[in-house]
Design a protein around this ligand. Structure first.
Ligand code: HEC
Length: 188
């Protein structure tokens, strides 16, 4: 099963704080970042689909609650990077974007607001560590069953379940095409 929940495009979208000309090693890291994110996304999607099949939303929601973070971390461990999802509107508060991350999310949002596709970026910090950031855009109606608008795609019984698991949830009210957050890959 394939759920297209992210837009990934390559190439031009380097961060301002990296050199203007992409070196071949940067291109390689960009490709690796994309592959890692795709792998994690596929793993999460497959597991979500199975949980849905086995018991609907009332099973899949608590399943995501316990499995999403470990599956993400596991993919990072296998690929020898640190992998996580961060967002401006967290469900799990540990996924709340930092100030710096929010600046990148804002850039992705600006691209969307202008009707363009946000592109993944590589950022190099002062210690020469490279981070790959990829926008997560909602492209599948399925996502809205747990992240959509209350009373519309998000049923009240689902919302109750969300609130019981995440009393401080901010991750509802999304529509198709909305920015949900981003993937963050830190290379060693
Ligand atoms: C069955 C309900 C369900 C569906 C369907 C679902 N999610 Fe989630 N989502 C969750 C839960 C629960 C969490 C919190 C996981 C945790 O605690 O680690 C979450 C967390 C996230 C996060 C991490 C940031 C945060 O807010 O904690 C992102 C990004 C995300 N979902 C995107 C998506 C996308 C994109 C789709 C569609 C492909 C989707 N979700 C479909 C329930 C769902």
């Amino acid at each position: 099963m394939s759920i297209a929940g992210i837009i990934l495009t390559s190439g031009s979208g380097l961060a301002a704080d990296t050199p203007a000309t992409a070196t071949s090693s940067q291109e390689a890291l960009m490709d690796r970042g994309k592959a890692i994110v795709q792998q994690a996304f596929d793993l999460l999607s497959t597991n979500l689909a199975t949980a849905l099949k086995n018991g609907g939303i009332s099973n899949a929601l608590p399943y995501c609650s316990v499995a999403a973070a470990p599956l993400t971390k596991m993919t990072g461990d296998i690929r020898q990077v640190t992998l996580k999802r961060v967002t401006h509107k967290p469900r799990n508060l540990t996924n709340r974007a930092s100030k710096q991350e929010l600046a990148v999310i804002r850039r992705f949002q600006n691209a969307l607001d202008q009707g363009t596709t946000p592109t993944s970026v590589l950022v190099t910090n002062e210690l020469n560590k490279v981070t790959f950031l990829a926008p997560i855009v909602i492209q599948n109606e399925l996502c809205l069953q747990c992240h959509g608008r209350p009373g519309q795609e998000l049923k009240s019984e689902t919302l109750n379940l969300v609130r019981s698991l995440y009393p401080k949830d901010e991750a509802t009210g999304f529509k198709m095409g909305d920015l949900r957050g981003m993937w963050r890959v830190d290379f060693p």
